[in-house]
Design a protein around this ligand. Structure first.
Ligand code: GRF
Length: 192
């Protein structure tokens, strides 16, 4: 069993889905030790409360600097014996101290077919540029923005989709289908 900590700054639908996947059999081999959020008002924290998952919230503004902020996170990770950090809409760059401690043990999901549309608003940019297809990518986190080595990616066709909202829904649906599957295979050592 791999102990994971999930990091989310926003809505937290992927976090919730990873927890529910353990209950309904779509996911296995991992145990969610806590949900970390860097935003006190993130809906992910509400979801964690409902799911009975421990909530950890540290805001950067309450710390002296990013070093102290990540030191606090690291203490919690070590206390809970977290082996893999799973980012799910976490909006901060992970700095080198944490990256070194968790080398090749931090993964992220990104709503585009990387290396296309790295960074923010990936879905919107793909839609506004009238791309025929976009996708999702699960990758290891390195010091860059959405540049780490790719674990899994999948394309979806968006040519005939009229609104951004519909594209977003389609992407999120795919994320919810794929993230538990890939995490399961990773935790079971089937993929690297
Ligand atoms: C997802 O689209 C994910 O790919 C990106 O942030 C979004 C998080 O959505 N990194 P949610 O908070 O899980 O609903």
């Amino acid at each position: 069993m791999v102990n994971i900590g999930i990091f989310a700054s926003g809505s937290g639908s992927n976090f919730e889905n990873l927890v529910l996947a353990l209950e309904d059999g779509r996911g296995e081999g991992y145990s969610v030790k806590f949900l970390f959020s860097d935003k006190k008002n993130s809906y992910a924290l509400e979801r964690a409360k409902k799911l009975g998952i421990e909530r950890v919230c540290i805001e950067l503004k309450d710390c002296l600097n990013k070093e102290e902020y990540e030191k606090k996170i690291l203490e919690k990770l070590e206390k809970e014996n977290v082996q893999l950090i799973v980012l799910a809409g976490y909006m901060k760059i992970i700095s080198s101290a944490l990256l070194q401690k968790y080398e090749n043990r931090i993964i992220n999901i990104h709503p585009s077919y990387l290396p296309n549309y790295q960074g923010k608003d990936a879905i919107k940019r793909a839609f506004l540029e009238k791309n025929k297809e976009t996708g999702i990518t699960i990758h290891y986190v390195d010091e860059g923005v959405d540049t780490g080595s790719i674990i899994y990616q999948e394309k979806i066709q968006i040519e005939n989709i009229k609104t951004l909202k519909e594209v977003e829904e389609k992407i999120h649906q795919l994320e919810h289908e794929i993230y538990p599957k890939v995490l399961t295979r990773l935790c079971q050592g089937e993929i690297k």
